[in-house]
Design a protein around this ligand. Structure first.
Ligand SMILES: C[S@@+](CC[C@H](N)C(=O)[O-])C[C@H]1O[C@@H](n2cnc3c(N)ncnc32)[C@H](O)[C@@H]1O
Length: 422
């Protein structure tokens, strides 16, 4: 495919997946049987057509004829007629008109309304709303939720990181004159109009990479947290695929510190090794289970655990994730998240700092995990993370922080910073 066709194919697939909740509700209103009785391939074609009609600027006649032609080729003439009839019904109204028709009124059922209009599973709307209310109690009403859900549905801009000591924003900008400065990270450059950074020398040589600014901020905050005494050995306990490890490795190198990047899955550990390849300071990549104390206790000055989580904070990046996740996944991650944090705390020396991060704002994966682990532990204190993200507004009451796509333009990363005191 040439670049334009590839971009269109990506937009059609991602857009259809993102909008699936809304499109399903609309398609259901246009067929005379329950959706589960429509053959999945027919439903796929109808969803692709609905997205073209309601979510793109493709003219209606072109959207209908291209989709019916697709149906004819992959499904046969009979089903193509059915697709044609349904698409003609869908094309009778725009998205707003359909949303008003198929979603319950906000006043009757606010969560269901938002779920249908903004194409999120209802339980996800509910979880995000709980978290937003906890962190932004002054700005967690209908409009804030609409902005958050819209941000999840927007195509995320590509953000690059110029790994310090290896590359610079100025170097990247020379190759990408249209790019804008990061909002918060001094190492970030944003490609608002998209673009293909893979061709850049700095990216090919690992001196720069693609990394959301929220992830950059997590690594920066951990690197800049005050520690008493030596600052020689850092650990990233959940390093795969290696974005934060590569930034931490570069920051550590600037200070003469070494990084151990550990990852349980061998294939992901290989990605970490690739990301760190060429790091200017000492580092080691190991394959190890971070719940089993694969390293000496009390050995590290700084420790990051960016734990496996539901990813509800990165829905804009993974359009299908919201439909794959189940509410019970949240509880499923809980024991591992607690174990990883406990072991990270044990890995830090007295006076050292630990960062616990998730790319989910779900309260059960964030503050609840830290509170549980700290209960009964006398050897840990909170570090206020807010001053370590200078200039970033609306971080909450501290000491931990929660970023939001609609407020910060980042993934919804959570970070708690903790210090070993005894
Ligand atoms: C959220 S990702 C980390 C992302 C990474 N910090 C980055 O910025 O590229 C969590 C990682 O933890 C790894 N993991 C899962 N269980 C683990 C365990 N018991 N010990 C160590 N790593 C584990 C997963 O394979 C996954 O690569």
């Amino acid at each position: 495919m040439d670049r334009r066709d590839a971009a269109l194919a990506t937009e059609l697939v991602y857009g259809t997946l993102r909008g699936q909740g809304t499109y399903d509700a609309i398609i259901a209103a246009c067929v005379d049987r329950p959706l589960r009785e429509v053959d999945p391939p027919v439903l796929d074609v109808l969803s692709l057509g609905a997205h073209q009609l309601l979510g793109t600027r493709i003219p209606s006649h072109a959207a209908v004829s291209a989709t019916v032609e697709l149906a004819r080729v992959v499904l046969g003439d009979g089903r193509a007629k059915f697709v044609n009839a349904v698409l003609r019904k869908i094309s009778a109204q725009d998205l707003a008109g359909w949303a008003a028709q198929v979603a319950p009124p906000y006043e009757d059922d606010a969560e269901d309304h938002l779920a249908v209009v903004h194409s999120h599973p209802r339980w996800v709307v509910s979880s995000l709303w709980d978290a937003l209310g906890r962190w932004q109690p002054e700005d967690a009403g209908r409009s804030a939720m609409e902005r958050l859900l819209d941000a999840d549905n927007a195509r995320p801009e590509v953000t690059l990181v110029a790994r310090p000591g290896r590359s610079s924003v100025a170097e990247l900008r020379e190759a990408l004159p249209e790019a804008e400065d990061g909002r918060w990270s001094p190492y970030a450059l944003r490609l608002a109009e998209g673009g293909d950074p893979a061709g850049l020398d700095a990216v090919r040589e690992n001196r720069a990479g693609v990394q959301d600014e929220g992830s950059q901020l997590v690594a920066l905050a951990l690197a800049n947290a005050p520690v008493d005494g030596p600052d020689r050995l850092w650990l990233d306990g959940c390093a795969g695929p290696g974005g934060k490890a590569a930034l931490l490795g570069a920051l550590a190198a600037e200070r003469g510190a070494a990084l151990v990047a550990s990852e349980k899955q061998p294939h992901r550990a290989r990605l970490v090794a690739r990301a760190l390849n060429g790091n200017p300071g000492p580092y080691a990549v190991i394959t190890a289970d971070g719940t089993r104390g694969a390293w000496q206790q009390g050995a590290f000055d700084r420790v990051l655990v960016d734990v496996p989580c539901s990813g509800l904070g990165a829905l804009r990046r993974r359009p299908e994730a919201r439909w794959r996740r189940r509410p019970e996944d949240i509880a499923g991650f809980g024991p591992l998240q607690r174990d990883l944090l406990r072991n990270a705390l044990d890995a830090a020396r007295v006076g050292g700092v630990v960062g616990y991060a998730t790319c989910s704002p779900h309260l059960a994966e964030t503050r609840a995990v830290v509170d549980d682990v700290l209960r009964g532990r006398e050897d840990v204190e909170w570090v206020d993370a807010r001053p370590l993200l200078p200039g970033v507004p609306e971080l909450g009451d501290g000491p931990d922080i929660q970023l939001w796509p609609h407020l910060h333009g980042t993934d919804a990363m959570y970070l708690a910073l903790l210090r070993r005191t005894a």
